[in-house]
Write a protein that binds this ligand. Structure first.
Ligand code: SF4
Length: 236
């Protein structure tokens, strides 16, 4: 490497980080302004949209903490505030009488629908990217999140790379190089999920293996995990 090329590469890293910071600031500013107008905090808004995505019996507190990548204490505090506003309720799960599930009230459903529109300003901007650029960006974002998770900077998010059903580069060299065992189907980078209602955390070993395979752009066959046949319930 020449003395000129190394600073150029380091500059690329820092420019990318600066760009991510700008996007993060824009999202935070938009979320705060929308939330403030509705008497909510951005985290309260995220809980509402998460519960809206996971219909049915509702979610446990730990599920909400995991979905938002926040601590259980933060999730508990946020849910308590939303209960006080009449937007969510706690009930005992039908399937397990001891488990407390959290779900939207009627009023909460309307509020969650409104909150779901918050990131639309970003959607228009993202839609200006080509499909290839969106795919590359999704892959890049998932790689960064996965790396941060692996080093313990952020909790495990509900995305493919940390999922027990994911097999990164199970089909090396194919357009759909990965495999979702829940779907029992090959999936390509454009189908990767950054948030999936059917996510279940994989073991530490599986997550590390998937991370390594995911980051192997060429899909080295020696690194792939076997695909285990699984019955495919419908994915939400
Ligand atoms: S269940 Fe969802 S998160 Fe898990 S591998 Fe399949 S699509 Fe990805």
């Amino acid at each position: 490497m020449t003395s000129r090329s190394k600073p150029a590469s380091a500059g690329l890293n820092s420019q990318l980080i600066a760009g991510l910071e700008r996007l993060g600031s824009a999202l935070r500013a938009q979320a705060w302004s929308e939330a403030f107008a509705r008497g909510l905090t951005p985290t309260q808004g995220q809980v509402l949209t998460t519960l809206r995505t996971h219909r049915g019996e509702g979610l446990r507190l730990l599920d909400i903490a995991e979905a938002l990548s926040v601590t259980p204490a933060t999730a508990s505090e946020t849910v308590r505030a939303l209960v006080a506003k009449g937007l969510v309720k706690k009930t005992q799960a039908l399937s397990d009488g001891r488990a407390i599930k959290i779900s939207l009230t009627k009023q909460g459903e309307g509020e969650a629908l409104a909150v779901a529109q918050w990131p639309s300003f970003l959607l228009d901007a993202v839609d200006e990217l080509s499909d290839e650029d969106q795919t590359a960006m999704l892959r890049g974002v998932l790689t960064i999140i996965s790396s941060l998770q692996g080093r313990g900077y952020i909790p495990v998010a509900q995305m493919c790379v940390s999922c027990t059903n994911f097999r990164a580069n199970a089909h090396p060299g194919e357009p759909k190089a990965h495999h979702c065992q829940l779907l029992d189907a090959a999936i390509g980078d454009p189908e990767l999920r950054a948030q999936c209602a059917d996510h279940a955390p994989g073991s530490a070993e599986l997550q590390a293996e998937n991370r390594a395979n995911f980051m192997t752009a060429a899909g080295d066959p020696k690194r792939r995990l076997p695909v285990v046949p699984a019955k495919p319930p419908a994915i939400r």
